[in-house]
Design a protein around this ligand. Structure first.
Ligand code: GUN
Length: 295
C-alpha cells in the first residue's frame, strides 16, 4: 500500500506557480488576482476560504475576501459579483458554497463571468468540460487527476467508480476520467444513493473515488484487493479534543488501506489539491486574459 501525499504534490505545484508568477510579474508588471466571496458564518466555509487566501499569499498573487452577512439579499450578492466581473485586477472570482437558502445557487454561479470562473461551476465551463474542450475545470476533480498523474497511476481502460453525483465533485470527475486523454480514458460508473447493489459495483472498481459526505462510508468489504482509493470526504465528527471534532474521510481508512495499492489520507490527500488547482486556475485565467497561454 502506498499513501498518496496530496500535501507534497500540491506544494510542488504551488512552487512551480510561484516561479511562474514571478516571471510573469517581471514580464508584464502584473500579477494574477483572486476575489473570494464568503456569505454567512459557516465554520467550514470560513476555514476553506482562509486556506485559499493563505495560498494566494504564498505564491504572491493578489487576493481579496468579501465577507457578507448571511442575511444579505441575492441582489446585493449579484452586485458584488458584477463589480468583480468588471474589475481588471481580478482574474478569478469564487463564491464559497453552500449559500443561505434564500439565495439561488444557480443564479449566483451564472452571474460569475465564465472567464473568471475559477471554480469551473458556470454552465459554459461545465458544458466545455463535457465536450472535451479546454476550459477551467472544477478544482477538486482537477486535483484528483493531478494526483493520479503524480503517482503515474494507470487509468486508461480502468474501471473508475465514483460514489456521489454532486455538481462539485461526482459529475465533473466522471467527465474528466471519461475524456479520451492520458490520465483519463477510463470506463466510468457513477453510483449514488439510489443504487440497487452498490457493493457489487464498488467491488469491481480499479479506482474508487468516494465523494459522498458520510464518514467511514466505504468499508473493506466494498473494495477488491489492489484498488486505488481516492477519498474526497471532509467530515467533521464530534470527539473529545479541544476543537470538539476531528476530520474524517468517506473511507474507513484503517480497514480499506491494507487492501489498497494506493490510497489518499484525510487530511492531507485531496484537500490540499483543491486549493492548488484553484490557484492554478487563477493563473490560467490571468494568462488567457494577457494572451500568454502559449503551452
Ligand atoms: N464548497 C465546497 N467545495 C467548494 C469549492 O470547490 N468551491 C466553492 N466555491 N465552494 C465549495
Amino acid at each position: 500500500m502506498q499513501l498518496i501525499d496530496g500535501k507534497k504534490v500540491s506544494q510542488d505545484i504551488l512552487n512551480l506557480i510561484q516561479s511562474e508568477v514571478t516571471e510573469l510579474k517581471n514580464k508584464t508588471g502584473r500579477v494574477p488576482g483572486l476575489a473570494a466571496i464568503l456569505v454567512g458564518d459557516n465554520p467550514a466555509s470560513q476555514v476553506y476560504v482562509n486556506s485559499k487566501i493563505k495560498a494566494c499569499g504564498k505564491v504572491a498573487i493578489n487576493s481579496e475576501v468579501v465577507k457578507l452577512p448571511g442575511t444579505v439579499s441575492e441582489d446585493e450578492l449579484l452586485r458584488v459579483i458584477e463589480s468583480f466581473n468588471q474589475n481588471d485586477n481580478f482574474d478569478g472570482i469564487l463564491v464559497q458554497l453552500p449559500l443561505p437558502k434564500h439565495i439561488s445557487e444557480s443564479r449566483v454561479i451564472e452571474a460569475v463571468s465564465p472567464l473568471k470562473d475559477v471554480d469551473g461551476f458556470h454552465p459554459v465551463n461545465v458544458g466545455k468540460l463535457v465536450l472535451g474542450l479546454d476550459t477551467l475545470f472544477p478544482c477538486t476533480p482537477a486535483g484528483i487527476q493531478e494526483l493520479l498523474k503524480a503517482y503515474k497511476i494507470e487509468t486508461v481502460g480502468q474501471h473508475v467508480v465514483v460514489i456521489g453525483r454532486s455538481n462539485i465533485v461526482g459529475k465533473p470527475i466522471a467527465n474528466i476520467m471519461l475524456q479520451k486523454k492520458s490520465f483519463a480514458n477510463s470506463v466510468v460508473t457513477v453510483c449514488h444513493s439510489a443504487a440497487k447493489d452498490l457493493m457489487s459495483i464498488t467491488r469491481s472498481a480499479d479506482i474508487l473515488i468516494a465523494a459522498i459526505g458520510v464518514a467511514d462510508f466505504v468499508t473493506a468489504d466494498m473494495v477488491k484487493d489492489g484498488v486505488v482509493v481516492i477519498d474526497v470526504g471532509i467530515n467533521r465528527v464530534a470527539d473529545s479534543s479541544p476543537k470538539g471534532y476531528k476530520i474524517k474521510g468517506d473511507v474507513n481508512f484503517d480497514e480499506v488501506a491494507p487492501k489498497s495499492s494506493y490510497i489518499t489520507p484525510v487530511p492531507g490527500g485531496v484537500g490540499p489539491m483543491t486549493i492548488a488547482m484553484l490557484i492554478s486556475n487563477t493563473l490560467k485565467s490571468f494568462k488567457t486574459k494577457m494572451r500568454l497561454n502559449y503551452e
